[in-house]
Design a protein around this ligand. Structure first.
Ligand code: BG6
Length: 507
C-alpha cells in the first residue's frame, strides 16, 4: 500500500475558488476609485469568466443618476478597455445598477434595502452582498452603523464590508473605528483593503521566503545587515489635495503600504497558508517593531516636500503651487525613517523606509543587504567589495535580483559584482492582474488572507504614534525640508543613512 503524503486541506486550498452569486454595492460610486479601479477590475474578472452569471453591481452615491447614466459614465471611463471586447461589455453592463443613497439618511437606507431585494429577484443574487466603502473616511463608522441598523449585515455568511484606507488617522481613531465596525459585524466580515497586498510581487515575498529552503536559514540578523523598503512615485499630488493635505506621505503610504511590505519581509513563517496564521505572524512582527529613536523620534525620521523642478520642456509645479494646496502647506510628500524590530530574528538590524512623490523614478522595492564577507581575499575590480544584496522589485519590471561577487575576467584574481535577475515578464510572459482584481475577488469569496485585521492596523498605527504626535504637537521638531521635483528627496534623508555608514540605493 502506498502512503499518501497529501494533506486534503491543502488540496482544498489549491482548487479554483468560485465566487457565489452576489451583488457588490459600491458606496461613493461617483468617485474616482470606482471608474479607475473597481469597475475595470470587475470587468476583468468578468472577462476571465470568474464572476458568476448571477451577479450585479449597485453603485450608490448622493448624485441623482439613473442606471443608464451610471452605465454611460463607466462606459466613457473604460472606453479603451471596452474597445478590446465590446460584446463582453454589453453583457457585463447589463448587471450595473445605480441608486442615489446618502447613508446618513434613514429613508435612503430603507430605499437601498428595497432596491437590494429587487436586484436579488432580478439577478438571482440570493441576498449575498459585498458592501464596498469608497466614501470619505469620516463616514466609514456611520456607514457601517447604517448598514447594521438596516439588518443587511446580520448574516455573516452572506454579507461583508470592504473598507478602503485610511483606516483611522492615528492609533486612537483606528481603535475607535475598529470598535464601531466590530459592533456592526463580525471581524471575518470586515475586509480592510490595502491594494499593495493585491500586487503579485508583494505576495511573492511570502512564496520566495517560504517555498524555498535557501533563503530562510539566512533571513535573519546573523546574515542580513540592513533592509531598505522604498516606494517612489513620479507623480505629484494630482487632483487629490483635498485628501492629501490632511494625510501626507506618512499616513498615505507608510502606515499602510510600506508597513505591509515590512510585515511580509520580516514575519515568522506561518504554520500553514491560512488567513489567521498569516495575519497572526504579521501582527506579531508589527507589535515587535519600533522607531529607532522612540524618545527622540526627530532623530530617525526625515520629512520633505517637493518644490518646483523638471526642465523647460516639462516644468513641474512645486507642491505648494498645486491646485487646492495651501501655499504655506507643511504637509510632507516625502518621508524616510529608521526602524528596529525587537525580536530574536531581527534585533539590531536597521529597517529603512522611504516614500516620496515627484521622485526621478516610479519604483517600489525591498532590498536586503547581507553582511560583508569576514575577510577580503581578493582585490575588487569595482569601487570596493560589495555586500550581497537581494532586491525584490515590487514594481515596475517586477521580479527579483540577486547581487554577488564573481571573478573579474583577466589574469588577476579580482572580484566584481554581478546580478542574477528574475523577471516576471520574461518568465511568465503575461502581465499580472491589477491588485484590485485579486482583492475584489478575494473579498467576494470571503477570503481575508490579504486584508488587514484589526490588531494589525492598530499595531501599524501604534508604531508611528511618536511621529504622528510630534507632527501634530511640535511640528518644528520635524521640519519639512524642500526638495526639487524629480530628485531623490532632501539631503537630510541621506544623512539618516550616512550616520550608519550607508547609502540609499539609487537604481
Ligand atoms: C495610494 C495612495 O494608496 O497608493 C496614492 O493614496 C499613491 O497617493 C498610490 O499614489 C500608489 O500606488 P501604486 O500602486 O501606484 O504604487
Amino acid at each position: 500500500m502506498t502512503a499518501t503524503l497529501t494533506n486534503p486541506l491543502r488540496v482544498g486550498l489549491r482548487q479554483e475558488r468560485v465566487i457565489s452569486p452576489q451583488c457588490l454595492v459600491i458606496f461613493g460610486a461617483s468617485g474616482d476609485l470606482t471608474h479607475r479601479k473597481l469597475i475595470p477590475a470587475l470587468f476583468e474578472l468578468f472577462r476571465q469568466r470568474r464572476l458568476p452569471s448571477e451577479f450585479a453591481v449597485l453603485g450608490c452615491a448622493r448624485r441623482p443618476w439613473s442606471d443608464e447614466e451610471f452605465r454611460a459614465k463607466m462606459e466613457q471611463a473604460l472606453a479603451p478597455v471596452i474597445a478590446e471586447d465590446p460584446a463582453a461589455w454589453t453583457t457585463f453592463c447589463g448587471g450595473l445598477f445605480y441608486e442615489p443613497v446618502d447613508l446618513q439618511k434613514d429613508e435612503d437606507v430603507v430605499r437601498l434595502g428595497k432596491r437590494l431585494e429587487q436586484i436579488d429577484r432580478q439577478r438571482a443574487t440570493r441576498s449575498n452582498r459585498t458592501f464596498y466603502m469608497s466614501v470619505s473616511p469620516n463616514y466609514y463608522g456611520s456607514g457601517c452603523r447604517a448598514l447594521a441598523a438596516a439588518g443587511v449585515l446580520a448574516d455573516p455568511k452572506r454579507s461583508r464590508v470592504v473598507i478602503e484606507k485610511p483606516f483611522g488617522r492615528d492609533f486612537a481613531s483606528a481603535q475607535d473605528l475598529n470598535r464601531i465596525v466590530n459592533s456592526c459585524a463580525k471581524e471575518n466580515q470586515i475586509f480592510r483593503i490595502d491594494h499593495y497586498l493585491g500586487k503579485e510581487t508583494v505576495q511573492n515575498i511570502l512564496v520566495l521566503r517560504f517555498a524555498n529552503t535557501i533563503f530562510e536559514p539566512i533571513w535573519n540578523r546573523n546574515y542580513i545587515s540592513s533592509v531598505q523598503i522604498t516606494a517612489a512615485e513620479t507623480v505629484g499630488v494630482e487632483e487629490r489635495a483635498g485628501y492629501y493635505e490632511s494625510a501626507g506621505a506618512l499616513r498615505d503610504m507608510v502606515q499602510n503600504h510600506l508597513t505591509q511590505m515590512l510585515a511580509l519581509t520580516a514575519m515568522e513563517p506561518p504554520g500553514r497558508y491560512e488567513p489567521e496564521s498569516i495575519r497572526n505572524e504579521k501582527a506579531k512582527v508589527l507589535q515587535a517593531a519600533r522607531l529607532a529613536e522612540e524618545a527622540e523620534p526627530w532623530k530617525c525620521c526625515v520629512r520633505g516636500q517637493y518644490g518646483p523642478g523638471g526642465n523647460s520642456a516639462d516644468p513641474l509645479a512645486g507642491y505648494r503651487q498645486e491646485p487646492g494646496v495651501d501655499p504655506n502647506s507643511t504637509t510632507e510628500t516625502y518621508v524616510s525613517m529608521k526602524l528596529f524590530i525587537d525580536n530574536w530574528r531581527w534585533q539590531g538590524v536597521p529597517f529603512y523606509l522611504r516614500t516620496g512623490k515627484r521622485m526621478p523614478k516610479r519604483l517600489s522595492e525591498v532590498v536586503l543587504t547581507f553582511r560583508e564577507a569576514p575577510v577580503h581575499l581578493f582585490d575588487s575590480a569595482g569601487a570596493g567589495p560589495t555586500a550581497n544584496q537581494l532586491i525584490l522589485r515590487i514594481q515596475p519590471n517586477e521580479g527579483a535580483d540577486f547581487r554577488f561577487e564573481v571573478k573579474a575576467p583577466g589574469s588577476g584574481m579580482r572580484s566584481r559584482p554581478v546580478d542574477m535577475d528574475f523577471s516576471y515578464d520574461e518568465s511568465f510572459g503575461e502581465p499580472s492582474d491589477e491588485g484590485y482584481v485579486r482583492l475584489l475577488a478575494d473579498a467576494m469569496l470571503g477570503d481575508p488572507t490579504l486584508f488587514t485585521r484589526s490588531d494589525e492596523v492598530e499595531a501599524a498605527w501604534r508604531l508611528y504614534t511618536p511621529l504622528v504626535e510630534l507632527i501634530e504637537q511640535q511640528p518644528w521638531q520635524l521640519p519639512v525640508y524642500p526638495y526639487e521635483a524629480r530628485t531623490w528627496g532632501p539631503a537630510a534623508a541621506d544623512s539618516l543613512l550616512a550616520r550608519d555608514g550607508l547609502l540609499w540605493r539609487r537604481p
